[in-house]
Ligand binder design. Structure first.
Ligand code: NAD
Length: 254
């Protein structure tokens, strides 16, 4: 699908991978909407690229539905591209010290990462279905963000890995379901990227992480995630699968 002049929604666009993707799409001529829980950061990114910002919590279905309605109202048409980058990554053992369980972390992580992506996909897709098809019968593209933890979940990542595994698993059935409308569904599973999520780590922990990355032996750049999102949008034959973007890293057990 052509990016130029196409309306694109990016959740989590106020920071990190989402902000880089919003910038990339705006530079490629898309009309970009940023949906984020953090309204101020979303507005700041939006101002810098002449995009539209809308505040919503992706874990709340009604808020997502309303936010996409606002985007459609602003641009005069619904977005054909919906990219979910909103996510959280709290670590917790399933059963911690002294038998302390962590269902609260599991519940919150699935609500934001999995249900959040599901809500954005659902409410974007139901609107894309109503749009006229473009060349080749294509109507839209949905990209969700998994993580390499969907395959290499580390100790303490049970909740995060479960949320990302489900995102990878729903890609194919969603692509199959939406195929008759010409809507593609893809997922990107990033390795370790240089975003605010990572910047908080102590230097020695960051160095240990980088040592495990074969090549390039550095953290991924948010622009590299954005570039893959752009390539997925452009290539009509990419559908129903999850792409690891990771410099060949395989996460060790801990
Ligand atoms: P980030 O923290 O820089 O950005 C995440 C954005 O999502 C923030 O702007 C935040 O306000 C927003 N957000 C969080 N909860 C939300 C909610 N409930 N509703 C709406 N917005 C919400 O993170 P990032 O590193 O850019 O990560 C983006 C995605 O990529 C996440 O899903 C993350 O799990 C995934 N990922 C990141 C890495 C990495 O190394 N950075 C690796 C693998 C996967």
């Amino acid at each position: 699908m052509q990016i130029d002049k196409t309306i694109a929604l990016v959740s989590g666009g106020g920071s990190g991978l989402g902000a880089a993707t919003a910038r990339y799409l705006a530079e490629a001529g898309a009309r970009v909407a940023i949906l984020d829980f953090d309204g101020e950061r979303a507005a700041a990114v939006a101002r810098s690229i002449d995009a539209f910002a809308v505040r919503a919590d992706v874990s709340d279905e009604a808020e997502v539905d309303r936010a996409i309605e606002d985007v459609a109202g602003h641009f005069g048409s619904s977005p054909r591209i919906a990219i979910s980058c909103a996510g959280i990554g709290a670590a917790a053992r399933i059963v911690g010290r002294e038998g302390k369980t962590s269902f609260d972390v599991f519940d919150r992580t699935l609500k934001v990462n999995l249900y959040g992506s599901y809500h954005v996909m659902t409410h974007a897709a139901r609107r894309i279905m109503e749009l006229e098809p473009l060349a080749g019968g294509e109507r839209g593209v949905i990209i969700n963000t998994a993580s390499v933890a969907y395959q290499d979940g580390q100790l303490g990542q049970a909740a995060y890995a479960a949320s990302k595994g489900a995102i990878a698993s729903l890609c194919l059935p969603a692509a199959r379901e939406f195929s008759r409308f010409g809507i593609r569904v893809m997922a990107i599973a990033p390795g370790l990227f240089h975003t605010p999520m990572m910047e908080g780590l102590p230097e020695e922990v960051a160095a240990e992480i980088t040592n495990n990355i074969p090549f390039p032996d550095r953290l991924g750049l948010p622009e590299e995630y954005a570039m893959l999102a752009g390539q997925i949008i452009a290539n009509p034959y990419l559908n129903g699968t999850t792409i690891r973007l990771d410099g060949a890293v395989r996460l060790p057990p801990r």
